[in-house]
Design a binder for this molecule. Sequence first.
Ligand SMILES: Nc1ncnc2c1ncn2[C@@H]1O[C@H](COP(=O)(O)OP(=O)(O)OP(=O)(O)O)[C@@H](O)[C@H]1O
Length: 302
Amino acid sequence: MLSEVPIKLTDIVLKYDDFTALDGVSFEVEAGQTMALLGHNGAGKSSIIKVILGLIAPSSGSVKIMGKSAQSSHLQHKVNLGYLPEDVSFYDKLTGREVLNYFAALKRVRPTRVADLIDEFGLGYAQDRQLKTYSKGMKQRLGVAQAILSEPGILLLDEPTVGLDPQASQFLYGKINQLKNSGCAVVVSTHELPLVESHMDSALIMSKGRRLAQGTSSELSAGSSLKAKIDFGELTSLVERDHYLRRFFIDGRLQVESGQKQHMIKYLVSQCQIFDFTIDEPKLEDIYHDLMVHPLLDQPAQ
Ligand SMILES: Nc1ncnc2c1ncn2[C@@H]1O[C@H](COP(=O)(O)OP(=O)(O)OP(=O)(O)O)[C@@H](O)[C@H]1O
């Protein structure tokens, strides 16, 4: 029997009174896949996470977690799920260690895991201090440690790197990668595009509750109107002789839409015997900003 898809949303519409926060959102996250939710403030990212958790019911559409409705009453007990809310807050008279011990007992996690995570997240020196003495980043580290405590099969992180220093952010994405390799399905809502580009499998880019684009970095790049830039040593002299290449010679570089890239590479290799070139693909950050300026809102939901 095929295993169930950990997260599957189909045509989700979510209304808060008269306001439509999500409008026809569909996607799946397979086991061992990581997906980023991107979009402007108010695009609907946290709402998606809350719908996946079953904290809010969509107005229409279906949310299946491991094949079961997200609204099913015992789902939380049956699915090993880790969650970091956007505004992480714990009772601030507890110490860091007490907070993690509390969640460890709740999730039936061995106590040695608490000690390991406190150590890995660099909180050992503060583990017996009350949270009211913690900085924002220390609380965030604790929140992330809480979310991954049970080595979840589904991990939902809402803006996990807010307040984290660059080293802690890198460490977190290393942890996400470890969980992915053990089969966890991961969804991260974030505004940190370079981290997404280097660490996540795919991204769903949202605007005003709708999907603007979705895919891996190369799929997003191929669907974008931004150009890939191809450079090699004797470019200028070759372009002077080659009428075809001249068409793509812009600002001293060959520039082609991502969809034409393979064709251009073939041409360079077979027609020009150029084997040594570099390709500068559009960055996720550029694709994102381009989409925000030129939205493709008529794109049908997948
Ligand atoms: N409980 C609520 N009642 C009414 N409107 C809400 C509620 N929660 C969210 N909204 C609205 O729904 C839209 C989506 O909100 P959401 O929090 O999902 O956005 P987001 O993409 O996570 O934003 P941010 O990047 O700022 O965290 C926003 O316009 C927000 O004002």
